[in-house]
Design a protein around this ligand. Structure first.
Ligand code: 13P
Ligand code: SF4
Length: 305
């Protein structure tokens, strides 16, 4: 049944000259039919390789599809499940950013890519979890307003100590709310395991990490490491993917609550319907919004190289 659906999707992809992009938090069945998989940064830049395709199908959340549309405005971009959003992306408004700009007129505004296109249109540069340290180091300004994720922000600020960072409360409701007691319990149960965490986790959790990095960074670290056991401090889909990728190693979830409901919404039938043009959400943005938000994304791609 799954295989039949996957074969239909692969055929439709050819017929429609479409490319499927899938974030690594998606299910194994979806990753298997995708042309590109990876973290937010990988997906944004890899979409640029497909100059000749007509349509991108994004299996991920809304801001990821918007990012692809901003970088490829002449192509159709369809979010495979139109209800998949990222609650963090909606935490700030344009008004909030303009107020911060008034308060700190000399500061650059750095927006985590997990933000709406509207918000990006009033910021200076985007970062992803994989690139925030590199980009903040390169920004030619010593004062940085970092929105919305304070945990990624403080992770970055610690590694860029020569700059002043300004934070306002915000963050991932899943990563940011995992309590310290969960990491302590996981370490007690698996004393020989290394702890690998996403920087969206709270410092109360990341203080026990042996490695902190983006989704792709965590996967690469576990694959290359000589260690045999790992506690995974990000969405639990990564535990499953690593178990398939490294069958001789052992992976344990840092918490049973590491589940992003939005990332779980997309199914194979959604992908098929999006390809047929009878489902999903086509991303429609005005040229004005695209060109304003593009400044932020272009700066991210340039400084993130
Ligand atoms: P990555 O930047 O690692 O892809 O993370 C995106 C995200 O939404 C994590 O929760
Ligand atoms: Fe957004 Fe958090 Fe889900 Fe990532 S895990 S998509 S940051 S809500």
């Amino acid at each position: 049944m799954i295989k039949t659906l996957q074969d239909e999707i692969l055929q439709l992809k050819k017929d429609k000259n479409a490319v499927i992009l899938a974030h690594c938090y998606q299910s194994k069945e979806i990753l298997e039919v995708a042309d590109e998989t990876g973290d937010s940064y990988n997906l944004s830049v890899s979409a640029l390789k497909y100059a000749n395709c007509d349509t991108f199908i994004m299996c991920g959340v809304h801001f990821m599809a918007e990012t692809v549309k901003i970088l490829s405005p002449n192509k159709r971009v369809i979010l495979a499940n139109g209800n998949a959003g990222c609650p963090m992306a909606e935490q700030f408004t344009i008004k909030d950013v303009l107020k911060l700009r008034q308060q700190y007129p000399k500061a650059s505004v750095v927006a985590y890519v997990n933000t709406t296109a509207d918000l990006k249109s009033v910021c200076d540069v985007c970062v992803t979890s994989a690139t925030s340290v590199k980009i903040c180091e390169k920004i030619p300004n010593d004062e940085i307003i970092f929105i919305p994720d304070c945990n990624l922000g403080s992770f970055t600020a610690e590694r860029v100590p020569n700059k002043k960072f300004i934070f306002v409360q915000g963050g991932c409701p899943i990563h940011g709310n995992i309590p310290q007691s969960d990491v302590l319990k996981a370490k007690q149960e698996h004393p020989n395991a290394l702890v690998l965490c996403h920087p969206e986790c709270s410092p109360k959790v990341t203080q026990y990490a042996d490695y902190i990095g983006s989704t792709t960074g965590i996967m690469a670290y576990a694959k290359q490491s000589n260690s045999k056991e790992f506690i995974i401090g990000t969405e639990n889909s990564i535990v499953d993917h690593l178990e398939y990728a490294c069958p001789d190693k052992y992976f344990y979830p840092l918490s049973k609550d590491f589940i992003c409901a939005d990332m779980k919404l997309t199914t194979l039938p959604d992908v098929k319907k999006a390809l047929l043009g009878v489902g999903g959400l086509e991303i429609d943005m005005s040229n004005e919004l695209i060109s304003k938000a593009k400044v932020c994304i272009d700066n991210m791609v340039e400084l993130g190289r």
